[in-house]
Design a protein around this ligand. Sequence first.
Ligand code: ACO
Length: 332
Amino acid sequence: MSVGVPNRLYAAITGIGGYIPANTRSNSDLEKICDTSDEWIVKRTGIKERRILEEDLATSDMAVRAIEDLAAKYNKNLHDIDALLVATSTPDMPMPATANIIADKLGLDNVWAFDMNAACSGFLYALDLGASLIETRRYKNVLVVGADNISTYVDIHDRSTNILFGDGAGVVWLEPSTEGGIMDAYLRSNGSGRSFLNIEGGGSLYPMDAEDAMADKRFLKQDGKTVFKHAVQSMSDACFQVMDRNGLTINDINWLVPHQANQRIIDAVGRALDIPEGRALSNIEYLGNTIAATIPLCIWQNLKQIKTGDLVMLTAFGAGFSWGASLFKWMI
Ligand code: ACO
């Protein structure tokens, strides 16, 4: 097996942090609001509850807390950050970027900060861009955040979406390393999938003051079955691509961290890859789908299992459609 290239400069993850709101929305809460049941939700999705951000807070507040968690645990000085990349589909506001707001709340007034929207694949996209910045040798400390306040866009009365989504934020710190780090990423998108998963209202096509946007276009809509089918196929294909071009088999991968959309999707991808039992990590049961935050939060909550030198493969699928997989050696 090949696990890296000699003399290559890698971007290594040297810190990870997370934040999940205190408020919970359980299946029994949803039973009181719409025609559903705890039994159906657990069987069809594996989700028991989700976290919901307080109404007077926004995506940036969760991201700030995740970054503060990372800085405290790994003894990092936030003033060392050269670039702050924020993957989110739920920015605090259309302009400026949520990354700017986060930087300001952290007291960073001289940092390159910007947002990236690739829905549930956002963290993978931003991680690869962050790694590329390190590989140019022009950036030494890059923060990659995945954060979403998706509950704002979920119609609480729509049982096809209210069962799935919750809020949260996760973050990793990237630094140069000659020993190992992010090894590869395969990222793709196909915009013809946009009709199957979207939030139409609030953009320049359907501004929020338009009557139809206020009426029904402000909420997340999806064709669940179509999304499910594409998610399993695309995530599995992306993982095979990454393993093939790195000369690896599934036995070389210590941990698979799939986007947490539905436990049945996670299980189906695991079966397609034939990954040994217990090596596909999951934390969907108590968080649901937190969009760009699922992958860093899943690593953050499973840190005790991941050992230095382990090979970790990430994979995600989301609106766009957008999807991909990436591979790294855990260096902490
Ligand atoms: N409670 C109870 N019954 C329900 C519910 C519910 N919440 N939702 C649907 N049903 C019923 C349906 O009416 C249907 O009844 P019928 O057989 O009498 O017609 C039956 O249950 C089956 O419905 P399906 O829609 O076929 O259920 P499915 O197994 O496909 O599960 C789900 C639906 C959970 C939405 C699933 O399709 C899914 O998870 N899809 C992927 C969605 C996803 O991952 N989206 C996010 C992508 S990431 C991003 O970028 C945002």
